[in-house]
Write a protein that binds this ligand. Structure first.
Ligand SMILES: [Zn+2]
Length: 224
């Protein structure tokens, strides 16, 4: 039952990637951990967003190996699986090549915290992770090494794109949407001048309020 609901949730959340303009063609994916089991649900590889449904989501073990059905999982499955193995608190992972955030990744440049909305969601800069080729554990290792102990739920993998994490798949999708939003504003601000730095104490206060008062109520029982 939980697995069925998660399949529906993960399929539906892919609609947010297109709604917010974070993806081109099929290049972006959402996954969710199946709570209490060493399993995850992820987008099938190369299937159009319009054709995604609960039934064609792929159930995999945490080595990224499908455990049922005959569809191949996303080519980014190894990276998602590595994150779930290494970060037990993570319940959802998202990957996009959203334009403005990926432009920062192309320069290998973290996004400085120039906006209150960024302080709220990311608690400071959005960091850059290492360059890594797809196919093994290198992308996953880069995500985990960059985000472990970091406030940000988003990492800009160098020359590649965005990976976000969350307690749920929905939280990870939200982080992906917010990452692109602040990346675009930061890009525009710097294009026309020198953005004004924020005091660390103000960033800390905003982050604390948003995470503990505004944002962080107990996780709902569902994984939506
Ligand atoms: Zn990618």
């Amino acid at each position: 039952m939980i697995e069925r609901e998660l399949r529906e949730t993960v399929a539906r959340l892919h609609g947010e990637l297109t709604r917010y303009g974070l993806v081109a063609w099929t290049a972006g994916n959402v996954s969710a951990r199946v709570p209490g089991r060493d399993l995850m649900i992820i987008k099938p590889s190369g299937v159009d967003y319009d054709d995604l449904s609960a039934d064609n989501m792929v159930l995999c073990d945490l080595d990224g190996v499908p455990v049922e059905g005959d569809l191949s999982p996303s080519s980014d499955t190894a990276a998602h699986a590595y994150v779930y193995r290494a970060m037990p608190e993570v319940g959802g992972v998202v990957h996009t090549h959203s334009t403005y955030a990926t432009a920062w990744a192309a320069r290998g440049e973290s996004i400085p915290c120039w906006l209150t909305a960024q302080a709220d969601e990311f608690g400071g800069e959005i960091p850059v992770g290492p360059f890594a080729l797809i196919g093994g554990d290198d992308i996953g290792k880069g995500i985990v090494s960059t985000l472990t102990g970091h406030r940000s739920p988003a990492v800009l993998m160098r020359n590649h794109g965005v990976f976000t994490i969350g307690r749920t798949a929905r939280a990870a999708v939200k982080a992906a949407v917010m990452c692109e939003d602040v990346a675009r504003t930061a890009h525009l601000a710097r294009a026309l001048g020198q953005p004004v730095p924020m005091a660390q104490a103000d960033i800390d206060a905003l982050y604390d309020r948003y995470q503990n008062v505004y944002g962080q109520r107990p996780a709902p029982a569902t994984t939506t």
